[in-house]
Each structure stands twice: as structure tokens, then as C-alpha cells.
Design a protein around this ligand. Structure first.
Ligand SMILES: Cc1ncc(COP(=O)(O)O)c(C=O)c1O
Length: 399
């Protein structure tokens, strides 16, 4: 006898992720895939990790590396992260740092911490699908954030019905899926709005380190810190990740926030998985310490060239009705097709006729609008493949 009828209400809100389904396409021979927003495995610091795991399993460290550890995370890694955060403008100490199993876990915990059913979560339109999936389990309603502050607090409040606006979630640098960056004015305006609404800000810094041109813009948390003078008074919660820089498979991310928020998240981690894998944290620490500062410029060079190749190919091969973003970093270009054209239809035609894969944009919109959008990732193909893939895509679009 099935137990489906016993599932909690939240189960019915959980849908299979189109992205995960699409990642399966990467395995088909001959496909040029712009679908997965994943790092190029050829760029993983494999030797560094081989070394680090060997050290961690050596006689000096094995009792620690294979053992249970504290929920807050491996102290040397938290210290490294605190220093890294200071370098990007966020003055903090290790009590402000929690290690999570990828930043995805942080998004889940933050949904759990802030959202009661019916509460409002403000998100970009479109936004990172994994954030929508994480928050959705806590049964919120989603409303559209306006980065430049051209919708006032009153509007969000009146739109929110009974539920309070609990947080605004965004990825201000090279967002997934659009590749767009929020400028300094937009970040300040968002802070103003959060003050007016009395809500938290979840700043997702997953791609923060991957800038290929222009000056870094201070994290929202650092701007708030400059206003308030102490992290303990800040409403912004920063989520970081080693997934896009060192390795996504090790599942090591972090949260930086005021201590009372970190304490709550620690309780959640204790209840959920006790701690992130000790040996992975130790290995990430070793590799970050030894080579983060040289590895990142290398990634910026390689991915920057790929971004340029994609933008140049789009210029050359796209019909003139097609528009796209010009990301300064990250992994994505966001394409707006002529209205009336459907990204999912285009995907099936592109797969069938020219063997090109990408992600239809609709899934990134909470209300499933945006049918005429698609997301392309340039991170995982070399320049010639990118050029050829975009040429083929242009061919399908011009048919
Ligand atoms: C914007 C954004 N945030 C968070 C994540 C989750 O990354 P991880 O859990 O591997 O740190 C991703 C992964 O694609 C992402 O694109």
C-alpha cells in the first residue's frame, strides 16, 4: 500500500528540477551543451586536492579527518573564510562564519529559519532555480524584487496579504541565470528597501570571485556594515561557496552573518546533518590556503576568454530580434527570444536538429512566465565549441 496520501503538504510543492533533468543531456554523445552551469572539470585543482587528502589521511590528521566534528565547521577553514571576507570588505570574525554543505544548504536553512507558510520572499524575476526550490518547501509566496527601488515598501506590503515580507534574496554579482550584476546604487537602494520593509537580505555570492572585467562592487553586507558599524546590527546574510572556484563535489560553502543568526543556523545544522564532511573541509582549507590566490586569476582568464567567445559568436550568428545580456563575470548569458517564441520548443528543435543543449528560461520565474527566454552557460566548453554551438543555434533560430 502506498503512503503517498500521508505526505506533508510541502511535498506537493516540490517538483523535479528541469536543470537536473537536463544535466543528463550532457552524457549524450555529440551534444554541445550550454545547459549546466558547472565548472570545467579540467580546471579543478586536482593535484592540490590529492595532496590535501593525503595529508588529511596521514597519521597526524586521520583521527580528526575521519571523525565527527563541530557543527560550526573546521576552525582553520572558518579563519580562512573570515580573512577572505575581510578582503572583500566584510569585517568579521570566525564566530560570524558557519560552514555549510554547499551554499544550497544555507539557502534551505535560511528558508527554514525565516519562512512560515504564507510569508513573502522577495526574489529576482528570474532568479536562481535552486533558491526557489529551497524556499518553496517552506510554503512562502514569492514577490518580485525591484532592485532599483522603484517599487516602494507599501506596494510590497499591500501585495503581501497576511504574510510578512521576511527577506529579499538575490545574487548581486553575475547572477544565475541572467549573468547580470547589481550596481552600487542598486545595492544601496535594496538596503533602503530592506530597512523600510524590516526584512532580511540574503546575498548569494556564489559567483562573486569570477569577475572578468571591471572593478569589484562591494558586497551588500559590506555596504550595510559601513552604514551600521557592526556586523551584529546587519540584516544582510552572505552565502559563499567553493563550488564555482575549487570544486562543487566536495560540497563546502559558508554563511557570514550576525552571531545570533549564525547560532540559529548552527542549531539547524545540528538537527539536519551535524556538520559538513570533516575531511572535505580540511582539504578545501589546504587548497584554498595554498592556491586560491593563483587559482582564481587562472579561472578568470579561461572563463573570460570563453565569455568573449560566446558574446562574439552571438553577435555574429543571432538574428537581430534576439537580445542577450553582457555579463562581467560568472558563467551565464541570458537570451531573450522574440516574444511568442518558446524556449522549451527551441530546445527540443535544437537538440533534434543541431544537437545543442541549453536551459529554457521559464523555470527561473516563480510564476513560470518568461517562456521566450533561455540560459546559456559558457563555462564548460572551449572557444571553438562555443562558436560552433552558437552558429548551430543561430541556424535553428533562422529557420
Ligand atoms: C546562484 C547560486 N547559488 C547557489 C548555488 C549552489 O551552489 P553550491 O550549493 O554548490 O554552493 C548555485 C549553484 O549553481 C548558484 O548558481
Amino acid at each position: 500500500m502506498s503512503t503517498h496520501h500521508l505526505f506533508a503538504t510541502r511535498a506537493s510543492r516540490m517538483k523535479a528540477s528541469e536543470i537536473r533533468e537536463l544535466l543528463k543531456l550532457l552524457d549524450q554523445p555529440g551534444i554541445i551543451s550550454f545547459a549546466g552551469g558547472i565548472p570545467d572539470p579540467a580546471l579543478f585543482p586536482v593535484e592540490g586536492f590529492a595532496n590535501a587528502f593525503q595529508v588529511a589521511l596521514g597519521v597526524d590528521q586521520q583521527a580528526q579527518s575521519l571523525q565527527y566534528s563541530v557543527s560550526e565547521g573546521y576552525v582553520p577553514l572558518r579563519e580562512w573564510i573570515a580573512e577572505h571576507m575581510r578582503q572583500i570588505g566584510v569585517e568579521c570574525d570566525i564566530d560570524n562564519v558557519l560552514i555549510t554543505s554547499g551554499s544550497q544548504q544555507a539557502l534551505d536553512y535560511l528558508g527554514k529559519l525565516y519562512l512560515s507558510p504564507g510569508d513573502t520572499a522577495l526574489v529576482g524575476w528570474p532568479t536562481y532555480l535552486g533558491a526557489l526550490a529551497a524556499f518553496n518547501a517552506y510554503e512562502p509566496r514569492f514577490d518580485r524584487i525591484s532592485i532599483n527601488g522603484n517599487r516602494g515598501a507599501a506596494e510590497y506590503r499591500s501585495g503581501a496579504g497576511e504574510g510578512a515580507v521576511k527577506f529579499a534574496y538575490l545574487s548581486p554579482d553575475f547572477a544565475n541565470p541572467t549573468g547580470e550584476t547589481v550596481d552600487l546604487r542598486g545595492r544601496e537602494a535594496l538596503l533602503d528597501l530592506a530597512e523600510e520593509l524590516d526584512c532580511a537580505i540574503i546575498e548569494d555570492g556564489a559567483y562573486q570571485a569570477l569577475r572578468y572585467e571591471g572593478e569589484a562592487i562591494p558586497p551588500i553586507l559590506s555596504l550595510e556594515l559601513a552604514r551600521k558599524g557592526s556586523l551584529e546590527s546587519c540584516r544582510t546574510i552572505y552565502c559563499g561557496s567553493f563550488s564555482k572556484t575549487l570544486s562543487p563535489g566536495l560540497r563546502v560553502g559558508w554563511v557570514v552573518a550576525a552571531k545570533p543568526i549564525i547560532s540559529q543556523l548552527v542549531l539547524m545544522k545540528q538537527a539536519a546533518d551535524l556538520h559538513s564532511a570533516t575531511i572535505n573541509q580540511m582539504a578545501v582549507y589546504q587548497v584554498a590556503r595554498a592556491s586560491f590566490d593563483t587559482h582564481i586569476p587562472m579561472l578568470r582568464n579561461v572563463y573570460g576568454v570563453r565569455r568573449d567567445a560566446m558574446l562574439a559568436a552571438l553577435e555574429e550568428y543571432m538574428p537581430k530580434e534576439v537580445q542577450w545580456t553582457k555579463p562581467e563575470g560568472g558563467m551565464f548569458v541570458w537570451i531573450t527570444l522574440p516574444s511568442g517564441m518558446d524556449g522549451a520548443d527551441l530546445l527540443s528543435r535544437a537538440l533534434e536538429t543541431v544537437k545543442v543543449a541549453f536551459v529554457p528560461g521559464q523555470a527561473f520565474f516563480p510564476d513560470e512566465t518568461g517562456a521566450n527566454t533561455i540560459r546559456l552557460s559558457f563555462s564548460n566548453s572551449d572557444e571553438d565549441t562555443i562558436r560552433e554551438g552558437i552558429r548551430r543555434l543561430g541556424e535553428v533560430l533562422c529557420r
